[in-house]
Design a protein around this ligand. Structure first.
Ligand code: SF4
Ligand code: SF4
Length: 109
């Protein structure tokens, strides 16, 4: 299975029910796709980023993120936002992070 194209990531959101009770903190958005840098990973004190070989980006587990903000200035593409500040066109990534982070292994290994 190859890396998923962007539209497939967005399409997968339709398969997830809206719980409305998920704790949210920082969110990784579309500019992360294709990043080779991953400068966010070593600064995270709780190692709460997830990904897999099939995923084109990393995701933040909202249940583990402590909202410290350390990853934000490290990201060269400015892909990480606090949930309330996610640009409208990328709001879907809030749910993407919450759901796919539960399906992927840690990105810190
Ligand atoms: S969040 Fe930023 S630094 Fe981390 S993998 Fe994505 S683009 Fe790269
Ligand atoms: S805000 Fe802090 S805890 Fe949350 S993902 Fe970024 S570095 Fe990790």
């Amino acid at each position: 299975m190859g890396i998923l194209p962007v539209m497939e990531i967005t399409d997968r959101l339709e398969a997830y029910p809206t719980s409305g009770d998920t704790k949210m903190t920082m969110v990784v958005t579309q500019p992360c796709i294709g990043c080779k840098d991953k400068a966010c990973l070593p600064v995270c004190p709780v190692e709460c980023f997830s990904t897999s070989e099939d995923e084109p980006m990393v995701y933040i587990d909202p249940d583990e993120c402590i909202d410290c903000g350390a990853c934000v200035p490290e990201c060269p593409t400015e892909a990480i936002f606090y949930e309330d500040d996610v640009p409208d066109q990328w709001k879907g990534f809030i749910k993407t992070n919450a759901k796919i982070s539960q399906e992927c292994p840690s990105a810190h290994e």
